[in-house]
Design a binder for this molecule. Structure first.
Ligand code: UDX
Length: 429
């Protein structure tokens, strides 16, 4: 029955959990398998180890059809379809590290009912060919293989999965593509079918173009600062051209997260491996590295030497609505500030600073006001809505020097200056 497939999902990270929960919601019977005992224990106990709106409710609602296990045999016993949802972190060479992918693929040899393997992990173009060979080697010659990339954004992943702009399926046999499309029945979205390599590339190209739009907006914002134009007006009007679109043109403090930095580097490496050094993609990455450091120069312009200054980072997560700090601009800022001799204070409603440098010596505060009390300057790193509700008039009195770099253009320049702030933002005069 196409509405009631038996699915095994390998990997209980962001993608695996969302995929597992959504497939269960669509009516399939899903076992999610992870090798991390603590994660599985938490999930079996009915809790969700990550912050993702709607995910906990969806898991609870589908608990008849959705189980979690550490046990490989249990995951494989009934599985007709196996989803590979493990992480593919960068390796030393810059290529994606596929060791977890291969370990899952090899383990599938023991699945008695398996007829399809679906790759959800973000992988280099050409992985499908190697996966096919690995499946054949494991004796799974009759098992179909498909690339089905994921375009969900953190903080809205459940909604993105259930209401996607498109479902991309790369499969070498039409029957496999049909089966994956049927797995999604209940979701109203165009299904785009292509060969495996092209599907692998769609994911990388989509993320690279989104990152390009942001880097472009950031570069225009710098140009606006240098020429007296207002980037918000400019980019707002640019985005009204339907050929360009309004999305991902918001200038800020640079893009971060678990996808853009990793995937753009992986695509650059993939290109280099073919003997091509992609100038545009390289510039997109460069602009982002520059953007993440611009706050430091702006603070120096006002404060001079940063040594001994108390600087507050408002927001640590790479974007609001998540606790995720992977590749967050806040970490680069904390590290640079400490290198300048400043001491770093931080606040975030969800994210917890890791034990790693540069957070080791950063002091964490429970509210923006507490963090700002007595500080020399602050940077809005993440556009948390809570920051709009801060009583900035009072904060101007609490701070040793009311200096604020609003890296997300969250606050109103005129109002902030009226309250006594030396207020700087991105691309606004
Ligand atoms: C992204 C893609 O949106 C998603 O399709 C893909 O599957 C994974 O990568 P995510 O990393 O969760 O999702 O975050 P997203 O909301 O896209 O933001 C990425 C980064 O860009 C954040 O650091 C955000 O602050 C920044 N950003 C986004 C901007 O600076 N300006 C914008 O206009 C949009």
């Amino acid at each position: 029955d196409r509405r009631n497939r038996r699915v095994a999902v390998f990997g209980a990270g962001y993608i695996g959990l969302v995929t597992g929960a959504c497939l269960a919601e669509l009516g399939h019977r899903v076992v999610v398998r992870d090798i991390d005992p603590e994660k599985v224990r938490v999930l079996q106990g009915g809790d969700v180890p990550i912050y993702e709106p709607g995910l906990g409710d969806m898991i609870t609602r589908n608990k008849e059809r959705l189980t979690f296990t550490l046990d490989l045999d249990e995951a494989l016993a009934e599985a007709e379809v196996a989803y590979v949802c493990v992480d593919t972190p960068p390796s030393v060479s810059g290529d994606a590290d596929l060791s977890k992918v291969w370990s899952v693929v090899r383990s599938l040899a023991a699945a008695p009912h398996l007829h399809t393997v679906v790759m959800k992990s973000t992988v280099p173009v050409g992985t499908g060919v190697r996966a096919r060979a690995a499946l054949d080697e494991a004796g799974l010659t009759a098992t179909g293989y498909a690339s089905n990339p994921e375009f969900t954004a953190e903080g809205r992943a459940v909604n993105d999965f259930m209401n996607p702009d498109r479902i991309v399926i790369g499969a070498d046999e039409p029957a496999t593509a049909v089966l994956i499309a049927e797995l999604h029945s209940g979701i109203d979205a165009p299904v785009v079918t292509m060969d495996v390599r092209s599907a692998e590339m769609v994911k990388l190209a989509s993320n690279a173009l989104l990152a390009t739009k942001i880097s472009f907006a950031n570069e225009i914002a710098t140009l606006c600062e240098n020429t007296g134009a207002d980037a918000m007006e400019v980019l707002g009007a640019v985005g009204l051209d339907h050929r360009l679109g309004p999305h991902f043109l918001r200038p800020g403090i640079g893009w971060g997260g678990s996808c853009f930095p990793k995937d753009s580097e992986a695509l650059r490496q993939l290109a280099s491996n073919t003997g091509f050094h992609p100038p545009l993609l390289s510039a997109v990455i460069d602009v982002n590295n520059i953007q993440k450091r611009r706050a430091i120069q702006k603070l120096k312009d006002v404060l001079g030497d940063l040594a001994g200054r108390e600087i507050v980072l408002l927001g640590m997560a790479f974007k609001p609505g998540t606790d995720d700090m992977r590749e967050a601009p806040s970490a680069v800022l904390a590290s640079r500030l400490q290198a300048e001799g400043a001491s770093v204070r931080c606040w975030d409603p969800l994210a917890r600073p890791s034990a790693a440098e540069p957070w080791l010596s950063a002091r964490r505060y429970a509210s923006p006001e507490e963090a700002l009390d007595g500080a020399d300057a602050a940077v809005v790193v993440t556009e948390w809505a809570q920051l709009r509700d801060v009583d900035w008039g009072r904060v101007a009195q609490l701070m040793r020097r009311p200096v604020l770099f609003d890296g997300r253009n969250l606050l109103d320049p005129a109002e902030m200056r009226e309250l006594g702030f030396t207020y700087m933002s991105v691309g606004r005069p």
